[in-house]
Design a protein. Structure first.
Length: 269
C-alpha cells in the first residue's frame, strides 16, 4: 500500500542518515520536495550548530531543531509546516558524554526521538564498550518514554542489523559491531519492552535494506543492510498504515550511503 502523507489526515515520519548535511544538502532538499515527509529525523550532520542550513530548510517548508557537532555525529528533527517543540537534547544517563547523538521533540502530538547510535567498531575495544553502554542508556530511557503513555517513535540509525535476514550476506560481517550478539540482544530488549519495528512489521518476509556502503558495487548489486529503524510505542503502533524505504535517494548524485526510511500513520484523535 502506498500512502500519500497529508499532515492532519496521515502523518509520515522518516529517518535519514545524511552523512554530512553540507555535502548532501541538494539530495536532502530533493527528497523533501519529492516525498514531503511531515517529520524528518536526520543523523550524521557532521556540522556545528552554526552551520546548520536553516534558511534552506525553511525555504523547503520545514522548521527544525538540531544538535550539531563539528565533523562528527549531529542530529536534527524537521517538521513540515510546524515547529517541533524540543523536549530533550542528549540521551540521559551519562553527563560526561559529549557526543551529539540524541534529540527529542514533540510534533503533532507525537513524541519523536531522533538517535544516532554508536557504530562500535572496531570490536572488541573501547568503541564497542561505548556502543553497549549507550544502548543500555537507550533501553532505560525507552522504558521511561513508555511510562508516559503517549504516542512515541524512536527513529534513527541504530547501527544494529537485528537478524541475519536484515543483511545481504552475514558471512563477511560476522566480526562487525553491527552484528554482534550483544548489539542484537540490546535491540531485542527494546522490542521486548513493547516497541514495534515498523518496517519489519509491515514486511515480515521481505528483504529490505536501508544502507549500502560505497565499496564493491554494493548499491548496484543490492548488497545492503537494514540498520535504520523506526520503533513505535504501543500507543502509536495501531496507527501504522505503511512503512518502507525511499531507496531511489541512494541512487542519486553524490548520495549518502543510507536511504530514507519512513512510516505512514493514521491521524490521532
Amino acid at each position: 500500500m502506498v500512502v500519500q502523507a497529508f499532515f492532519g489526515t496521515f502523518m509520515k515520519i522518516a529517518t535519514f542518515n545524511v552523512n554530512g548535511i553540507g555535502s548532501r544538502l541538494p539530495a536532502l532538499l530533493e527528497w523533501l520536495g519529492r516525498e514531503s515527509p511531515d517529520v524528518a529525523c536526520l543523523q550524521e550532520l557532521k556540522a556545528p550548530d552554526a552551520a546548520f542550513p536553516l534558511a534552506a530548510i525553511r525555504l523547503a517548508g520545514y522548521e527544525a531543531v538540531w544538535h550539531g557537532q563539528r565533523s562528527f555525529n549531529g542530529v536534527a528533527i524537521l517538521a513540515r509546516g510546524a515547529s517541533p517543540v524540543e523536549i530533550r537534547r542528549g540521551l540521559p544517563g551519562d553527563p560526561d558524554d559529549t557526543h551529539s547523538r540524541y534529540l527529542e521533540a514533540e510534533v503533532g502530538g507525537v513524541v519523536v526521538g531522533c538517535l544516532y547510535l554508536p557504530n562500535g567498531n572496531p570490536q572488541p575495544g573501547p568503541k564497542f564498550d561505548y556502543k553497549l553502554a549507550w544502548m543500555e542508556r537507550l533501553v532505560r530511557h525507552a522504558q521511561t518514554l513508555l511510562g508516559l503513555g503517549k504516542p512515541v517513535v524512536l527513529a534513527g540509525d541504530y547501527n544494529v542489523v537485528p537478524t541475519d535476514f536484515d543483511i545481504y550476506d552475514p558471512t563477511y560481517w560476522r566480526k562487525d559491531a553491527l552484528l554482534q550478539p550483544e548489539s542484537r540482544a540490546a535491540y531485542q530488549r527494546l522490542l521486548d519492552q513493547g516497541w514495534t519495528d515498523a518496517v519489519r512489521s509491515r514486511h515480515p518476509q521481505e528483504r529490505i535494506y536501508t544502507f549500502w556502503d560505497y565499496f564493491r558495487d554494493h548499491w548496484k548489486r543490492n548488497s545492503g543492510l537494514r540498520i535504520d529503524h523506526l520503533l513505535l510505542s504501543p500507543q502509536l503502533a495501531p496507527r501504522l498504515l505503511d512503512a518502507n524505504v525511499d531507496s531511489w535517494v541512494r541512487g542519486g548524485e553524490k548520495p549518502s550511503d543510507h536511504a530514507p526510511t519512513w512510516v505512514a500513520l493514521a491521524a490521532g484523535s
